[in-house]
Design a protein around this ligand. Structure first.
Ligand code: BEZ
Length: 222
C-alpha cells in the first residue's frame, strides 16, 4: 500500500485499499469488546465509518443501519461501525439513540481513537476533514477479501437500500458466476459473459435460451 505524508507533513496517509485484495487486518476496541477482522471470517462483513457521534446525519444513518441489520444478518452479513470517538462516546450515543428514537443499535462500533483502522482503510479524506472519517462502506467477503467500497462525503447520508443491493449483487455473482446490470435487483435478469471469439459471437446471436440484445450484451433469468 502506498504511503505518503499529508499536506502538513505531520501525519502519514496511506493509499486506499484495493478491490480483490485481502482486506486490511485489524484488532480494535469496540462497543462489543475487542474484535479482529479474523473474527468475521466465514461470514460477510460490512465495515462502515461515520464522521462523529452525536451528529445529525450520522444519527439518521445509525437508525438506518440498525433497521437493515436483521435483513443483512439473514443474508449472512455482519455490520461493524467505526469512528474516531471513544468507546464511552459510542456507548452514550447509542444509548441516546435508543432512548430518544426508540432504535436499539445491534452492531458493534469500533472506537478508533488512534486512527489505526481508519488509516489502513483510507477512511480519512484530508480535503474534507482531518479529524473525522468520511462515510465509507467496505464489503468484505467470507474469505476476508475486499469486494466493494462506497465513499460518501460528510454531508450526504447513505442509502441503505443500495447497501443491501450491493450485497445481493455480490452474492449473486459468487453463486451464479454472472454480472449484474445497472440498477439490478434480485428477481431481475443478470448479464452473461460476452463471447471472446468471432465464432462464439456468431453462436451467441442464435442462442434462444438467452435474451440477446447484441452479441456482447446478453441477459438471462436466474
Ligand atoms: C452529520 O452527521 O450531521 C455531520 C457530521 C460531520 C460533518 C457534517 C455533518
Amino acid at each position: 500500500m502506498v504511503e505518503h505524508n499529508g499536506a502538513n507533513g505531520s501525519e502519514t496517509f496511506r493509499g486506499l485499499p484495493r478491490l480483490g485484495e485481502p482486506a486490511p487486518d485489524f484488532e480494535a476496541i469496540t462497543t462489543h469488546g475487542m474484535l479482529r477482522l479474523s473474527d468475521f471470517k466465514g461470514s460477510w462483513l460490512i465495515l462502515f465509518s461515520h464522521p462523529a457521534d452525536f451528529t445529525p446525519v450520522c444519527t439518521t444513518e445509525f437508525v438506518g443501519f440498525s433497521e437493515i441489520n436483521s435483513e443483512l444478518n439473514k443474508k449472512g452479513v455482519q455490520l461493524l461501525g467505526l469512528s474516531i470517538d471513544s468507546v464511552y462516546s459510542h456507548i452514550a450515543w447509542t444509548r441516546n439513540i435508543e432512548e430518544k428514537l426508540g432504535v436499539k443499535v445491534p452492531f458493534p462500533v469500533i472506537a478508533d481513537i488512534n486512527r489505526e483502522v481508519a488509516m489502513k482503510y483510507g477512511m480519512i479524506m484530508p480535503g474534507e476533514s482531518r479529524t473525522e472519517t468520511s462515510r465509507c462502506v467496505f464489503f468484505i467477503d467470507p474469505e476476508s477479501k475486499l469486494r466493494a467500497m462506497i465513499y460518501y462525503p460528510l454531508t450526504t447520508g447513505r442509502n441503505m437500500q443500495e447497501i443491501i443491493r450491493v450485497v445481493d449483487a455480490l452474492q449473486a455473482t459468487d453463486k451464479f458466476q454472472v454480472a449484474t446490470p445497472a440498477n439490478w435487483k434480485p428477481g431481475e435478469k443478470v448479464i452473461v459473459g460476452a463471447p471472446n471469439t468471432s465464432s462464439m459471437a456468431e453462436q451467441r446471436m442464435k442462442d434462444k435460451s438467452l435474451e440477446v440484445v447484441e452479441w456482447y450484451l446478453s441477459k438471462k433469468a436466474l
